[in-house]
Write a protein that binds this ligand. Structure first.
Ligand SMILES: [Zn+2]
Length: 144
């Protein structure tokens, strides 16, 4: 992997991120295509404008497109449409990407690194208020 140059423009950074994540994107596309192929076989029954019952011959899904949820829990857990949601989204003539969390979008990743990131320096040089120095931070109880 190439180093990130300090003079990298926004477009240059976007291109670099796309190059870096290309391998993962291919895997995601393969999985997404599998979900879409599955979704074509499903029977979608609208309940109202945003809720759908999706029959998949296994563990059917109850999809809510205004809440981005499905009874299989994949949609709300992964913040990406599950195969039930893809079937419902397709029925509504929308694109699945509209229902993906911004965290997965390249543009959001690029924006996160677009600004300057100043070095934090050595911990001995940090100016920490006394009341903050006294705070002891322990790991969560389940990690002890
Ligand atoms: Zn589902």
């Amino acid at each position: 992997m190439r180093g990130v140059r300090g003079d990298l423009s926004f477009e240059g950074l976007k291109k670099l991120v796309e190059e870096v994540v290309r391998v993962n994107s291919k895997m995601d596309k393969i999985e997404l295509h599998a979900l879409i192929n599955d979704a074509h076989c499903f029977v979608v029954k609208p309940i109202n404008r945003v809720e759908f019952e999706v029959k998949d011959r296994k563990m059917d899904g109850l999809v809510n497109l205004s809440k981005n949820t499905c009874s299989c829990c994949e949609f709300q857990t992964n913040l990406l449409p599950c195969s039930h949601a893809i079937a419902a989204i397709s029925k509504c003539k929308h694109e699945a990407v509209e229902f993906c969390a911004d965290y997965y979008k390249t543009i959001i990743l690029v924006e996160g690194y677009a600004g300057s990131i100043p070095p934090i320096g050595h911990p001995s040089e940090w100016d920490i208020p006394l009341h903050m120095k006294q705070i002891v931070v322990l790991p969560p109880a389940w990690r002890c």
